[in-house]
Ligand binder design. Structure first.
Ligand SMILES: C[S@@+](CC[C@H](N)C(=O)[O-])C[C@H]1O[C@@H](n2cnc3c(N)ncnc32)[C@H](O)[C@@H]1O
Length: 311
């Protein structure tokens, strides 16, 4: 494990992120830190297997349509946020097989998950080479790969910080897609999965359970007392934002790392965003970033997989 990266992520980055979050300047960006001490978390697994959490089932059905119809052959597969062994076996291995790829690069902020992904891939397909890339993929991805497919699946593309103005949100999404475009050459492709559902009741029900609540709270609780907050799920269709976060249950002063923050009762601080982007929104952002749409799949009209080619 790369201890330097782990330390940096867990200490200075996380502390800075908490200052931003407490000041309300940047919110919805703490989800990443859930994964940096990724134990075998049952709240995560239980939350995902709740009946109301349709996303996993939808994603699987749509993934099956996509993987059987990709129709592209490339040298390398960059897997952004591979997750652990189970999702690598369910998704990453079938993709590498479908592509006939020789190299596998799991890209993750968590060295533990990236290593687990690489080991799982190499055990399943012995002829496949590659290495881990430890980075925040909403920030930068080092290196440049030829003839590659770069994929971000499982709705992870919706997990970045809050933008209340749709124009700013579109610019930021396009900037992220530009980072991906710069990581590969012109003979490359980009695959993204996202949930385009705008049924507020259905989306909120996905996350409105104690398991997710516990998980979201733990994200902050490592460094802060969260007893003055309740777990809260909010859907704002204007900016496609589904937020899981904490709502102050009283007026309070929070002292953290030499600073003081006054938080009023009712103030809501999103911890993790799961944007529900419509298809047109993803398409526009990708086109601005140098990607041209090739194929779209959806088993249910909710979760979508889209394949783009580099322009
Ligand atoms: C929800 S899992 C997705 C797993 C799998 N790809 C799937 O489709 O089921 C999210 C993954 O992205 C990683 N991750 C989340 N935010 C990240 C970020 N900003 N930079 C790098 N990795 C991140 C997590 O460590 C985890 O492996």
């Amino acid at each position: 494990m790369n201890t330097q990266v782990k330390e940096k992520v867990e200490n200075s980055d996380f502390t800075n992120a908490l200052h931003e979050w407490l000041s309300g300047e940047v919110t919805g960006h703490l989800g990443t830190y859930m994964y940096t001490d990724d134990a075998d978390d049952h709240r995560w697994k239980d939350g995902h297997s709740a009946e109301t959490y349709y996303l996993g089932r939808d994603d699987k059905a749509t993934f099956n349509l996509a993987v059987n119809d990709l129709g592209i052959h490339v040298k390398s597969f960059l897997d952004l946020g591979p997750g652990g062994e189970a999702s690598v076996l369910a998704k990453s291995v079938p993709i590498v097989k479908a592509l006939g790829a020789k190299n596998y690069y799991p890209v993750d902020l968590s060295p533990t998950l990236a290593n687990e992904a690489l080991m799982t891939m190499k055990t399943s397909l012995e002829s496949v080479g590659g290495h881990t890339i430890i980075t925040d993929f909403f920030d930068t991805i080092p290196g440049n790969k030829e003839r590659a497919l770069l994929a971000i699946m499982g709705g992870t593309i919706g997990n970045f910080e809050t933008y209340t103005n749709p124009k700013n949100l579109q610019e930021r999404l396009s900037q992220i897609f530009s980072i991906y475009r710069r990581t590969v050459d012109e003979n490359s492709y980009f695959l993204v999965s996202f949930d385009a559902n705008n049924n507020g009741k259905e989306i909120v029900a996905c996350y409105d359970n104690p398991e997710f609540g516990g998980l979201v709270r733990t994200c902050v609780q490592r460094k802060l007392d969260t007893s003055g907050f309740d777990y809260h799920v909010a859907w704002t269709p204007e900016n496609y934002q589904l937020a899981t976060g904490l709502k102050a249950n009283r007026d309070q002063i929070i002292r953290f790392d030499g600073a003081e923050y006054a938080i009023e009762e009712g103030e809501y601080l999103p911890v993790l965003n799961s944007y529900r982007f419509p298809v047109f929104f993803i398409t526009e952002a990708a086109e601005k970033a140098g990607w041209s749409p090739l194929k779209t799949w959806s088993a249910t009209g909710r979760t979508h997989y889209m394949l783009f080619a580099a322009i």
